[in-house]
Design a protein around this ligand. Structure first.
Ligand SMILES: Nc1nc2c(ncn2[C@@H]2O[C@H](COP(=O)(O)OP(=O)(O)OP(=O)(O)O)[C@@H](O)[C@H]2O)c(=O)[nH]1
Ligand SMILES: [Mg+2]
Length: 303
């Protein structure tokens, strides 16, 4: 049988479960996940190897419309990926289809329509994964499948659960569909590669996830994490990172009473990074106030 290889763009609205699904396919946590919308800010790659295929998965930020600089950058970086894409994997939470029916004439439906326009403009096979099979009544999936057919000429539609360990989550079947639609080709990178993002960037993402998980309201969205120095040996990686916030009070919250919050963020991120990268990790975290980090963002490489 011919070996298959190529790029799979994982697309969808915020909170659909794109990053969860990617990690599940890879059986490894590469992309950070939280219950808050707009967790992913930059494209995260993960390499899915099976005996018959190598899929380079591109986990993209949830598609939405805010006009700030960060979102503009996200949309632009997204467009640059389109020419590389061999298969579009569109992850949909069926609840959005229900909301859409109610909001046909409402601005809230705009991100969905923009996503659909983007998907339809891509000349590649389209696989829809209707996610969260474990969470909703089954008839919601049938209805969503019918409605989606009015918007997208998809090649395949499959209900899945990215989180369920039970039979019927369809994760293996989805991997087989990717294999079916990827082009014949040779391996793109060697089989040991987990991600083509560099380790310093992945590390900063894991720290950002902990901030998303342990802080509330505007803080996650006012924060960026940047690896400023990295020193690596065969067994140890030493990383310095700046956690950038916008105000002094945000800085106080991230550091926490007696530094407890910062310590917790660092420890939890370190443990997960050690698993992912297979080395001892030392993190030195500094919290800095930079009111303009999102405006200065072009100078922040890797974000
Ligand atoms: N019940 C259930 N929850 C899920 C499933 N897949 C993802 N979730 C949850 O949905 C939430 C969002 O998941 P993410 O993977 O961060 O979603 P995303 O599409 O990457 O979101 P952005 O990065 O913000 O665009 C998390 O709380 C997940 O645990 C699923 O199959 N079932
Ligand atoms: Mg994500």
């Amino acid at each position: 049988m011919n070996f298959k290889a190529g790029y799979v763009m994982v697309m969808g609205l915020p909170n659909a479960g794109k990053s969860t699904l990617m990690n599940r396919l890879l059986q490894q946590k590469v992309s950070i996940v939280t219950h808050k919308a707009q967790t992913t800010r930059a494209t995260i790659t993960g390499v899915l190897n099976t005996p018959n295929m190598q899929a380079i998965m591109l986990d993209t930020p949830g598609y939405q419309e805010r006009r700030d600089k960060l979102n503009k950058m996200i949309r632009e970086s997204f467009k640059t990926l389109v020419p590389y894409t061999d298969v579009a994997l569109i992850v949909i939470d069926p609840i959005t289809m229900k909301l859409l029916a109610k909001e046909k004439h409402n601005n809230d439906a705009t991100p969905f329509h923009n996503l659909i326009d983007m998907v339809n403009s891509m000349p590649v096979p389209k696989i829809i994964a209707l996610n969260k099979w474990d969470k909703y009544p089954k008839n919601m999936f049938y209805q969503a499948a019918t409605t989606l057919g009015e918007y997208i000429q998809y090649d395949e539609l499959i209900p899945i659960s990215a989180t369920s360990q039970r039979a019927g989550n369809n994760i293996d079947s989805l991997a087989q569909l990717l294999e079916k639609y990827l082009p014949v080709g040779e391996k793109i990178c060697d089989a040991e590669t987990i991600s083509t993002n560099n380790e310093g960037f992945l590390a900063s993402e894991f720290v950002r996830e902990k901030i998303f998980q342990h802080t509330n309201e505007e803080i996650p969205y006012s924060t960026a994490v940047l690896t400023t120095a990295m020193d690596e040996t065969n067994t140890v990686i030493h990383l310095n990172m700046d956690i950038m916030v916008k105000t002094n009070s945000q800085k106080g919250i991230i550091i926490g009473k007696n530094g407890q919050m910062l310590k917790r963020i660092g420890e939890e991120a370190r443990l997960e990074l050690e698993q992912l990268l297979g080395k001892r990790i030392y993190l030195e975290l500094y919290v800095r106030v930079n009111e303009r980090w999102d405006r200065d963002i072009e100078s922040i490489s890797g974000l």
